[in-house]
Design a protein around this ligand. Structure first.
Ligand SMILES: [Zn+2]
Length: 230
C-alpha cells in the first residue's frame, strides 16, 4: 500500500496494480483505500497527480460506502418474522446456528460479522418457513375438502422471487411460494396459498376466480392487501 499527502494534510492510501488496461482505473474501496489499476506505461508520478486531483471525490465515496455498511450492520439487529419484529441476540458459541423463538432470534456463533449472522438467520428462516408452509398447505387442502373440492396433489417449493408472491403451475401441480413472505403474518401467507390453489379451478383472475377464492377464504383481502402496499 502506498500513500500520498495532500496539500491540506489529509492522507490518501492506494494500492497500485499494474495491468494491461488502456490507461488508469480507480476504485474507492470500503476500507478507505483506492484501488488503482494502471498500464505499465503510466508513471507513478502521473498516477499520484490524478489521485490528488480526485481526492475529494474519493473521500466522498468512502463516506458513502461506510454509510451503506452501517445500514447493513443495523439490519442484523432485528428481523421480521411472520409479521413481528424480533430482536436479534448474538451469543458467542462454538455452535454455528440460529433459533427463532416467539419473541427473539438467537444466533450462536463465533463470527459475529453481519455477513455470517445474516447467513445463519437466512438458513433458519428457510427451515422454519418450510414447516409453516407445510402447515398452511394442509390447512388450505382441508378447507377445500370441507367445501366439496378435492385438491390435486401439489408440490410446494419455496423460492426467492423478485416480482411475485406465489405462482401455480396447474398443469404440473407445482406451487411456488416466495421466501420473502416469511416477514408477513401467517394469515397473509395463507392468503397466498388460497390464491394459488384457486388457480387449479380457475386459471385466470376472472370474477369466478375471486368468487371461488373469497368463498375459500372470506378474509382474503384483509390479509392479502398488505402485500400490495409493499
Ligand atoms: Zn394469480
Amino acid at each position: 500500500m502506498k500513500k500520498i499527502i495532500l496539500p491540506d494534510g489529509r492522507e490518501l492510501c492506494y494500492i497500485l496494480v499494474r495491468k494491461r488496461v488502456k490507461n488508469i482505473n480507480f476504485r474507492a474501496k470500503e476500507d478507505g483505500t483506492v484501488l488503482v489499476s494502471a498500464s505499465p506505461k503510466v508513471s507513478v508520478k502521473y498516477i499520484e497527480k490524478c489521485l490528488a486531483e480526485r481526492a475529494d471525490f474519493f473521500f466522498g465515496a468512502f463516506e458513502k460506502l461506510n454509510k451503506q455498511k452501517q445500514v447493513f450492520e443495523i439490519n442484523t439487529k432485528s428481523i421480521r418474522w411472520l409479521g413481528k419484529e424480533l430482536p436479534v441476540k448474538i451469543i458467542e458459541n462454538l455452535r454455528e446456528t440460529a433459533v427463532i423463538d416467539e419473541d427473539e432470534c438467537r444466533v450462536f456463533t463465533k463470527d459475529n460479522s453481519a455477513e455470517n449472522v445474516l447467513r445463519l438467520i437466512e438458513k433458519v428462516k428457510i427451515e422454519r418457513f418450510k414447516t409453516v408452509c407445510a402447515e398452511l398447505n394442509e390447512k388450505v387442502r382441508n378447507a377445500l375438502r370441507s367445501k366439496g373440492f378435492e385438491p390435486p396433489p401439489a408440490v410446494i417449493t419455496i423460492k426467492d422471487m423478485k416480482s411475485r408472491w406465489g405462482s401455480c403451475s396447474y398443469t404440473r401441480g407445482h406451487i411456488s411460494v416466495n421466501i420473502r413472505l416469511a416477514a408477513y403474518p401467517r394469515e397473509t401467507v395463507y392468503s397466498v396459498f388460497c390464491h394459488e390453489y384457486a388457480h387449479f379451478w380457475h386459471h385466470d383472475h376472472s370474477k369466478n376466480f375471486y368468487r371461488f377464492l373469497l368463498e375459500l377464504y372470506p378474509d382474503y383481502y384483509k390479509y392479502n392487501n398488505v402485500l400490495k402496499s409493499g
